[in-house]
Design a protein around this ligand. Structure first.
Ligand code: NAD
Ligand code: SER
Length: 316
């Protein structure tokens, strides 16, 4: 019997991952926790609680009380927001992860941990095209520094203490159910809301800024596939590159124009432009494919259609 704890369940990923895990493990076995109450479809379909990952005492108590066997630790401050509150972001991102790793080391009933890393582990000195799994990782953002440090800690806890921790370097994730939480790739979600609401969008990145992206259903599938892989198949214990699609704001706006010919985009870049320019444009994910058969399917055309339909329905 698995009992799964999701930390950060009200966020962009957690709100969808919780529902997918409940379908697999049963509603009552997936505990959604966050600093805030999750949306209704999460809070009304299974257990939820307010839980701060930095409150170690309550965390331990919660895990023991509910016989937790797996933890998905999603709480973090994302790239854009982290630059505004660097020290606080570092503390939340690192202390939260260390609490979880230490918990898994001390409580043998916890069998598996998932913690997401990001394309933000790469930096301006990394090759930007088809970025390989093993390459230069010299991030120059607080968020990226916390993710690369987190990766090293995950591998350390696996090697030293046998903690079965698994991780993916997510690219920018696109979804309409819950809005993103302050990242550099958020433009690729905002653009759909503004297109439907106002027919136009002012983009905070320049038109030819390519970034790796992925539609949420592909990200959820990859996450669950990795967590269900046999331990011996999970060869990388820092974090796996996972590819997806790659596009620029201009290409995305052209795709939207196919459905909404009057849609207009203008560009006014801000501090996030520099962050985007330090990240890869496309990702090589052959290790994930080789080790646990990672596959993504949704391309920009299909994603655009799903997003326009989904955002339209949500706003109505
Ligand atoms: P999000 O900002 O949408 O959600 C994070 C959630 O964590 C929020 O609901 C927030 O309330 C909660 N939280 C913050 N501090 C907390 C604390 N102390 N205790 C408990 N909960 C707390 O983020 P997301 O997009 O869902 O990202 C989840 C994870 O995936 C993060 O680690 C992020 O770095 C990583 N990631 C996301 C993306 C993306 O494009 N969304 C890409 C790469 C990596
Ligand atoms: N989407 C995330 C961000 O932009 C990437 O980790 O911060």
């Amino acid at each position: 019997m698995e009992n799964i704890l999701i930390i950060g369940a009200a966020g962009q990923i957690g709100s969808e991952l919780t529902l997918s895990l409940r379908e697999i493990y049963g509603n009552e076995h997936v505990f959604a926790t966050d600093l805030k109450k999750p949306a209704k479809d999460v809070s009304e379909t299974g257990p939820w609680a307010i839980l701060d990952v930095l409150d170690n005492k309550r965390l331990v108590h919660f895990v023991i009380r509910h016989n937790i066997t797996q933890i998905y630790h999603l709480a973090a401050v994302l790239s854009g927001n982290a630059e505004r509150i660097p020290i606080q972001a570092w503390n939340i991102n690192m202390e939260g992860l260390m609490n979880i790793l230490d918990l898994a080391k001390e409580i043998p009933e916890i069998k598996k941990i998932f913690w997401p890393s990001s394309i933000a582990v790469f930096g301006p000195t990394t090759p930007r095209q088809n970025t390989p799994q093993l390459t230069i990782t010299e991030p120059n953002t607080v968020y990226g520094i916390s993710k690369i440090a987190g990766e090293r800690w995950c591998e350390y806890f696996f090697e030293k203490y046998g903690v079965d921790v698994r991780s993916i370097r997510y690219p920018g994730l696109i979804s309409y159910k819950t809005e993103p939480g302050g990242g550099t790739t958020d433009y690729a979600v905002e653009i759909f809301y503004e297109a439907i609401k106002n027919g136009k969008y002012e983009c905070f990145l320049e038109e030819n800024t390519y970034l790796p992206m992925m539609f949420m259903s592909d990200a959820i599938k990859a996450t669950i596939d990795l967590m269900e892989a046999k331990p011996e198949d999970v060869k990388i214990r820092s974090s796996y590159n996972v590819g997806g699609i790659s596009f620029s704001p201009k290409e995305l706006s052209n795709e939207i124009k196919k459905h909404m010919p009057d849609f207009e985009i203008t560009y006014k870049s801000d501090f996030r432009q520099k962050i985007a320019e330090s990240w890869p444009q496309s990702i090589n994910d052959q290790e994930a494919e080789k080790d646990w058969d990672c596959k993504t399917t949704i391309k920009i055309e299909e994603m655009t259609k799903i997003m326009l339909d989904g955002v339209r329905e949500k706003l109505q």
